[in-house]
Design a protein around this ligand. Structure first.
Ligand code: NAD
Ligand code: UDX
Length: 480
């Protein structure tokens, strides 16, 4: 029986390994992590992450050929294939701080693999890493290898949160990069054989190591660039009376462009896009390509601009002050169908409103009050360093309340900001909400999910990203 071990039981390691276990009953899969609480949760009925369909997959395999454990060394020692899926956050200090990827967790995993291994292994980069990381990892592994042979593969993960199980069941492609040597090819074929249990052969792409590593950064940069492009257009739409939804639709009808990933929003969030683009920018700078670095930097600049623009619009519309006004925040996760708040635009919007002394009342169906308080008090980039290293902030933001119902959040509020596109927000009884709010009552839709005309008929003043402005908003000061 082939044995797989995955180091890192997070958003990638957990779902990916659960699907491998489900699709490959002949393979034994162990997912290991240094976080005891995470592993305990994976072994309980309350999994550590919310992901549609994940529960069912885990329940079918756990205890059969899928195991979650903190005994990292034992499972690494026994494995034929070791995936490394630890976090690769943005560095917070030292050389490259604020841009470069922090490979501390990766390096410590690699050193541990070298120390405990007693047999040859294939080591798979599952984490997103800077191009050429495999070379450094190879050096660490072979430095102290006692004659043991390691083959490094790059197998970046392309799943998106909220649709992870579907993405894993039916991936657009699986990418495997390896050394172009007989041993490298053999390792690539071994990993290919794992995916071939359920992924059609033509969707399993094999490349050299550096192409695989760079393709992951490139794919995320291209995706984020589409969002910043449409968000840039949304600002122009508001200035001209065009409707960004209509523009996106018309643009996306061109088969060369395609309709996906063209939804204007309050800004993209999530643990990957910003981190990976910053990483790409840093790599370009290190390779003497400042113009290329500058090009990709703009994607993040526009994203920051979009989040600021949204906050400014809220404050400017409400007579240039939200001081002591109650603002309801509907949705805190970075997208629907996940409880993940890493880099969610809601953090920036809430901090912006709190900076103007608003009182915010937050409702998200999957995010806890603890998490929200942690997010609103944490320093930039600290979020992606392992939880066990982050002391829970002793301070809480007093102007923030978290409630478990959209109607409660909006009661007596002066304005509503919709920051996550949860389906349940589309079917709220907005008449009831309007009746219980202060007047004039404002809705700022950062996800373009409400029916603007219907809400205006009820009496709301409505701002929807990139849509023709409410006459009320037109009279308000220009937004920077
Ligand atoms: P995560 O923070 O959810 O999980 C990482 C886990 O690794 C944590 O539980 C941490 O405790 C553990 N860990 C860290 N160092 C360890 C060590 N030395 N030994 C054992 N465990 C250790 O992160 P994630 O979202 O799963 O992302 C992991 C990697 O995958 C990152 O490089 C990320 O960029 C990439 N990625 C993420 C996504 C996504 O949607 N989240 C998608 C594609 C790729
Ligand atoms: C992304 C990539 O899609 C995935 O391939 C990679 O493996 C990890 O990073 P993820 O961050 O989980 O996945 O979600 P994604 O669906 O890409 O959304 C990212 C952000 O962009 C979210 O905040 C989302 O709301 C926003 N978004 C997405 C838009 O604002 N408009 C869109 O049209 C699409």
């Amino acid at each position: 029986m082939v044995k797989i071990c995955c180091i890192g039981a997070g958003y990638v390691g957990g779902p990916t390994m659960a699907v491998i276990a489900l699709k490959c009953p002949s393979i034994e899969v162990a997912v290991v992590d240094i976080s005891v609480s995470r592993i305990n949760a994976w072994n309980s009925d309350q999994l550590p992450i919310y992901e549609p369909g994940l529960d069912g997959v885990v329940k079918q395999c756990r205890g059969k050929n899928l195991f979650f454990s903190t005994d990292v060394e034992k499972h690494v020692r026994e494995a034929d294939i070791v995936f490394v899926s630890v976090n690769t956050p943005t560095k917070t200090r030292g050389l490259g701080a604020g841009k470069a990827a922090d490979l501390t967790y990766w390096e410590s995993a690699a050193r541990m693999i070298a120390d405990v291994s007693k047999s040859d292994k294939i080591v798979v980069e599952k984490s997103t890493v800077p191009v050429k990381t495999a070379e450094a990892i190879e050096k660490i592994l072979t430095h102290n290898s006692k004659g043991i042979k390691f083959q490094i593969l790059s197998n970046p993960e392309f799943l998106a949160e909220g649709t992870a199980i579907d993405d894993l069941f039916n991936p657009d492609r699986v990418l495997i990069g390896g050394r172009e040597t007989p041993e490298g090819n053999k390792a690539v074929q071994a990993l290919k054989a794992v995916y071939a249990h359920w992924v059609p052969e033509e969707r399993i792409l094999t490349t050299n190591l550096w192409s695989a590593e760079l393709s992951k950064l490139a794919a995320n940069a291209f995706l984020a660039q589409r969002i910043s492009s449409v968000n840039a257009m949304s600002a122009l739409c508001e200035a001209t009376g065009a409707d960004v939804t209509q523009v996106s639709y018309a643009v996306g009808k061109d088969t060369r462009i395609g309709p996906k990933f063209l939804n204007a929003s309050v800004g993209f969030g999530g643990s990957c896009f910003q981190k990976d683009i910053l990483n790409l920018v840093y790599i370009c700078e290190c390779n003497g390509l400042p113009e290329v670095a500058e090009y990709w930097k703009q994607v993040i600049k526009i994203n920051d601009y979009q989040k600021n623009r949204f906050v400014n619009r809220v404050v400017a519309s409400m007579f240039n002050t939200v001081s002591n006004k109650k603002i309801a925040i509907l949705g805190f996760a970075f997208k629907k169908d996940t409880g993940d708040t890493r880099e969610t635009p809601a953090i920036d919007v809430c901090k912006g409103l709190l900076g103007d002394k608003a009182r915010v009342s937050i409702y998200d169906p999957q995010v806890t009050e603890d998490q929200i308080q942690r997010d609103l008090t944490m320093n930039k980039f600290d979020w992606d360093h392992p939880l066990h290293l982050q002391p829970m902030s002793p301070t809480t933001v007093k102007q923030v309340t978290c409630v478990w119902d959209a109607y409660e959040a909006t009661k007596d509020a002066h304005g509503i900001c919709i920051l996550t596109e949860w389906d349940e927000f589309k079917t709220l009884d907005f008449k009831k909400i309007y009746d219980n709010m202060q007047k004039p009552a404002f809705v700022f839709d950062g996800r373009n999910i409400v029916n603007v005309d219907q809400l205006r008929e009820i009496g709301f003043i409505v701002y929807s990203i990139g849509k023709p402005l409410d006459p009320w908003l037109k009279d308000m000061p220009a937004v920077a």
